[in-house]
Design a protein around this ligand. Sequence first.
Ligand SMILES: Cc1cc2nc3c(=O)[nH]c(=O)nc-3n(C[C@H](O)[C@H](O)[C@H](O)COP(=O)(O)O)c2cc1C
Ligand code: SF4
Ligand code: SF4
Length: 255
Amino acid sequence: MSTIIYYFTGTGNSLKIAKDLAGNLKDTKIIQICKRTVEAFEDTRSDKIGFVFPVYFRGLPHLVRRFIENMPINRDTYYFAVANYGGYPAISFKQISNILDSRGGRLSAAFGIPMPGNMWFMYYPHPKQDFIDRINDQPKETYKIATAILNRTEVEIEDIINYSAEEAIYNSFKPNDMDKYFWTEKNCNGCGICAKNCPTDNIKIVKCRPIWQHKCEYCLACIHWCPQHAIEYKRDSVNKERYHHPDIKIHELSR
Ligand SMILES: Cc1cc2nc3c(=O)[nH]c(=O)nc-3n(C[C@H](O)[C@H](O)[C@H](O)COP(=O)(O)O)c2cc1C
Ligand code: SF4
Ligand code: SF4
């Protein structure tokens, strides 16, 4: 029976997990959650449907939440969630579970995979060995998750002890106009890669420079993938290393 995996990614960790899951599960389609797919659902009928996403401010990226809130739901589908994060999944599974419950579906299983944290002010400096260990462990973790999915294993969501404190952090995340703090160094060459890779089509190139349109999801794809390292966020990112998953190629981002 077929599987559909919807993924959202900024720096490629979620895409790597989605690709590996698809390789293990076979007969699986992976579809990016982005401006285009949020506006028009491509395919939502399947025996198993999964969501692969990074944790943002303790919960779901806003676009992922909107996507699940609006997608057609099938009562008999096995829905699963695979979160990846620098810390822990926090309230993200509960959020999906609540949305599906309210719409006649059910989250059957929730899995988590620690990955390199891509937010410099939360995770930098990040021990290099920890990055490497997480990248190396992910395929094994993904294989175990795929086996559980193939068997339609039910995996309960763990209770969050301080749910309301975590929810307060989530509610403080207002990404849309955080892009007003992005700026470009002189070495920006106007290549347009940042605009092409933005999942929300939030960047226009005007006079060879990116101009952000205040529909940002704060996925950090633009800043981490710029080949010139020319994008900065306030002074926070200056002289800090950029990160993207080593096995994901830049052209894979804009599927
Ligand atoms: C805006 C933002 C907020 C984040 N918040 C959290 C968080 O609350 N908890 C956590 O464990 N990781 C957090 N992270 C780290 C990401 O979840 C992690 O690096 C993830 O693997 C990135 O996946 P991607 O490469 O698919 O974008 C955050 C990252 C970003 C960009
Ligand atoms: S990807 Fe970097 S160099 Fe290319 S236009 Fe964007 S900011 Fe400039
Ligand atoms: S502008 Fe940058 S951070 Fe914002 S959604 Fe687009 S790629 Fe992500």
